[in-house]
Design a protein around this ligand. Structure first.
Ligand code: BDR
Ligand code: CA
Length: 293
């Protein structure tokens, strides 16, 4: 299995992504969970990582708390989408166990340096922690196999007409990540917009009766949200699910109306951009893994 660091802001779709990863030990070895500020504040996202880890019985995976705010901008949270605590609707164990030292940025650097093989990073939140790590320790680039990012779009945003939530919240961090030189995969709204589950799928998932299935079915009691972040993990498990094309991605970082916009520009490609998804295959994979006993 490939060693994987997940940097997340759970967040309903983050929860699906993390449970999918933890249910896929043949392909993925989750070595660290980093908490980012995003959907809700850092205290909540950190607590939610502890709760998800507890649910999965994986207290061996360290949870590290990261940066409480974006590099330059003021954090815009979305509790109306994810619930005040970030995982509205789910019955999860209370946070148990301790948050690990050091800070998520230092822990990410250490984990990458210590790994015998190049590490994959799933950035499914504003990219602050990953960017700060790249600024502090540019040497880690050579030890990164892939940074798979949930964010970006060629077809309009969700938080503004131009920008996606994760890039809008910390465009400067996204700019650092896309220009770092490591292989970046941009998995954005162009594909994640196809991941609204049907009511029937949610019912079928619940009927499997497993703890992971119940939590996801509870989070999607009303199927009104995309499972954005789960696309990143699905891509790492089954790369054929996404069709990707090389692009040079530029991030709008100026404080203008289009801040956070991702544009394909002329020049050497810096990212593989997901432009198509096998929707049926995605939901089959999710069902199969979440229904594992
Ligand atoms: C992304 O923003 C967050 O709200 C979700 O968790 C996902 O990472 C979707 O634009
Ligand atoms: Ca997220």
């Amino acid at each position: 299995p490939r060693p994987l660091i997940i940097d997340a802001d759970p967040g309903k779709d983050d929860a699906v992504a993390i449970l999918l990863a933890l249910a896929s030990p043949e392909e993925l070895d989750v070595v660290m969970l980093g908490a980012a500020a995003g959907n809700v504040g850092l205290d909540h996202t950190t607590a939610n990582l502890l709760r998800l880890r507890e649910l999965a019985g994986r207290t061996d995976i360290p949870v590290h708390a990261g940066c409480p705010r974006p590099i330059m901008r003021t954090l815009a949270t979305v509790p109306h989408i994810h619930g005040a605590d970030g995982l509205g609707g789910a019955e999860l164990p209370p946070p148990a166990g301790a948050v690990s030292e050091p800070h998520a940025v230092a822990a990410l650097i250490e984990a990458v340096r210590a790994s015998p093989v190049p590490v994959t990073i799933a950035g499914i939140a504003p990219l602050t922690n990953i960017a700060v790590a790249l600024v502090m320790a540019p040497d880690i680039v050579g030890q990164i196999r892939e940074i798979a990012v949930m964010g970006g779009s060629f077809s309009g945003g969700n938080i503004t007409p131009h920008a996606t939530f994760n890039v809008f919240n910390d465009p400067h961090a996204a700019d650092i990540v896309f220009r770092c030189g490591a292989p970046v995969t941009m998995i954005g709204l162009d594909v994640t917009r196809n991941t609204m589950p049907t009511r029937e799928w949610c019912e079928q998932l619940r009927a499997t009766g497993t703890p992971f299935a119940k939590v996801v079915a509870d989070l999607w009691r009303e199927p009104t949200a995309f499972m954005n972040d789960a696309c990143v993990i699905a891509h790492l498990i089954a790369p054929d699910l996404l069709r990707c094309e090389p692009h040079r991605i530029a991030i709008e970082t100026d404080a203008c109306e289009e801040i956070g916009r991702t544009t394909s520009v002329a020049g050497e490609p810096n990212a593989a951009v997901a432009t198509g998804i096998d929707r049926e295959g995605f939901f089959e994979l999710l069902m199969d893994r979440l229904a594992r006993p």
